[in-house]
Write a protein that binds this ligand. Structure first.
Ligand code: NAP
Length: 492
């Protein structure tokens, strides 16, 4: 189940948000701690108006909420609102039994017993914003033993912590109803693959109500997270950071279009070794690799292609015949938009700006097609090392003006000009003749200052967005054995 967390200041606004997201979720959580004073009375009728199962929660500040009241007063509020037809009430695991006994005039009410008598399920929640406690499995078992639904929301700090969360599925299989949430960047994969953590639901929100929460639309329409089952094949992208990646927008709709029961998930990875452990455990069938792991994965690969060997970096790993195979689709994604001009010999010379990881793939791709290459870079030693290896020429970036109009192709491979530094231009000083092709690896923005200057001079221009898409399509083929569906045009 996907559960929408509602954190607006009025019931009317919560209902608005719910209506907007209704088709993506099957239940909601009403966070009454976020309501303005005077709205609390209206919350009682919320489940009727919402017409879907609702979790009632009044979260205190120490657990990421807004309620400043002491537990006794907070439980008193909760008990009044809980008179509505809620399906679940969330009570933190450390709330004392005596605080659950409420005085109403002369009457003493056992809040817990009254909820149970009305068939309202209690969610016993535990939060840790610092990490994953060593006794996590024990905590979940203890909470479940009381007949309540255990909920743990913890903050994984490493891939090893993420492995702990995915182990819950097998280790605590007998606890059918439980909620497991990994917060923060490391936890995003556990939110999307919540069923593989043994969790009965995953929370989502319009406004990232908790760290790492995705929108309901993204969870439902991009990831189809609620359709994941034991047969779903898992793919993904590893990097650090990784959440900015556009690759899920390429692969998930592709899988869906060819009716392949598969999902593509971002994995924040600090240790490649730990990720390979997780990949064997889940299992993961293939994954993309981004900064800073394109070299780090090499020792774990059983087979590599000629390009990976030459370039010394790998951006795609697939599990084939019980072995991890590394390929480099950046290489072919770069060549694709240039292929006809490379084969007809129009491109004989190229100036490559930058000498980092991406530049290595580009210089090798051009050299393998007999193009004469000059590498210019801010740090001349890096340009020299790449040039020596590939039998190219090299120079300092400071001398770029000397190459103006002298080549058939200029490739900008540095990160200069990328959002939010859109005004920067690594090619400053180079004057376009209008005859050369200008290719920028930066994909955001689509038109960099480098490309705009080239276009104004009359050059043919190619954006990094095209290369990103082309290399993604090749990854899709490596993952699935199918061509990327021609009907799809992912916006990246
Ligand atoms: P990298 O290994 O860190 O290399 C960065 C390169 O940029 C180095 O040559 C570095 O020069 C240079 N550089 C950095 N800041 C500079 C500055 N302020 N002025 C001048 N030069 C500067 O990074 P990478 O993996 O090669 O990635 C580079 C870019 O390519 C990124 O924007 C990445 O997103 C993009 N990319 C795009 C695609 C695609 O499909 N479109 C694929 C791969 C990469 P020094 O040697 O002096 O440090």
């Amino acid at each position: 189940m996907l559960c929408l967390t509602l954190t607006e200041s009025t019931i009317a606004k919560d209902l608005e948000v719910l209506e907007r997201n209704r088709r993506f979720v099957s239940m909601s959580e009403l966070r009454v701690d976020c309501l303005a004073s005077g709205e609390m009375e209206k919350a009682v009728d919320f489940p009727k108006k919402a017409a879907m199962p609702i979790i009632l929660t009044c979260r205190r500040i120490s657990d990421g909420g807004k309620c400043e009241l002491a537990d006794k007063a907070r439980i008193e509020i909760l008990s009044r609102v809980a008179e509505g037809s809620f399906a679940y009430v969330d009570i933190e695991d450390d709330v004392k039994r005596r605080d659950l006994k409420i005085k109403r005039g002369e009457q003493s009410i056992d809040f817990e017993a009254s909820l149970k008598a009305r068939g309202i399920r209690i969610i016993r929640s535990f939060h840790d914003f610092e990490g994953v406690p060593a006794d996590l499995f024990g905590r979940i078992s203890k909470l479940a033993a009381r007949g309540d639904i255990p909920k743990v929301a913890v903050m994984p700090q490493s891939m090893l912590d993420v492995i702990t969360l995915f182990r819950i599925h097998d280790e605590l299989r007998e606890i059918k109803e439980k909620i497991v949430i990994g917060m923060g960047a490391y936890g995003v994969c556990t939110r999307i693959l919540y069923k593989r953590c043994g969790s009965m639901l995953s929370f989502c929100s319009d406004n990232e109500a908790a760290p790492g929460q995705l929108s309901a639309q993204t969870m439902k329409e991009l990831y189809h997270a609620d359709s994941v089952n034991d047969l779903t094949h898992i793919y993904g992208v590893i990097g650090n950071p990784v959440l900015q990646t556009k690759s899920p927008v390429i692969h998930n709709p592709g899988f869906h279009a060819i009716h392949y029961n598969a999902i593509y998930v971002p994995f924040q990875v600090d240790s490649v070794r730990a990720f390979f452990k997780l990949a064997e455990m889940l299992p993961v069938y293939g994954f993309s690799v981004t900064i800073p792991h394109k070299r780090n994965v090499l020792p774990y690969l059983g087979r590599i292609t000629r390009e990976v060997k030459q370039i010394g970096s790998c951006n795609t790993v697939v599990h084939i015949q019980s072995m991890w195979k590394g390929i480099n689709t950046d290489y072919y994604g770069f060549l694709e938009p240039l292929s006809s001009r490379l084969t007809d010999g129009t491109i004989k010379s190229a100036l490559v700006i930058g000498a980092g990881g991406a530049s290595r793939a580009i210089v090798w791709a051009l050299r393998n097609h007999d193009v004469k290459v000059t590498v210019v870079n801010r740090t001349v030693e890096h340009a020299k090392a790449l040039a020596m290896e590939t039998m190219s020429a090299y120079d300092s970036l400071d001398h770029i003006s000397a190459y103006s109009g002298s080549v058939d192709l200029v490739v900008q491979t540095t990160s200069v000009g990328m959002t939010p530094h859109e005004q920067d231009d690594a090619s400053k000083g180079y004057l376009f003749s209008g005859k050369e092709i200008a290719f920028d690896l930066v994909y955001k923005p689509r038109e960099t200052v480098f490309l705009r200057r080239a276009k104004e001079a009359g050059c043919r221009t190619i954006s990094g967005a095209l290369m990103l898409l082309e290399q993604g399509k090749l990854q899709f083929e490596a993952f699935t054995g199918y061509h990327y569906p021609s009907s799809l045009h992912p916006v990246i």
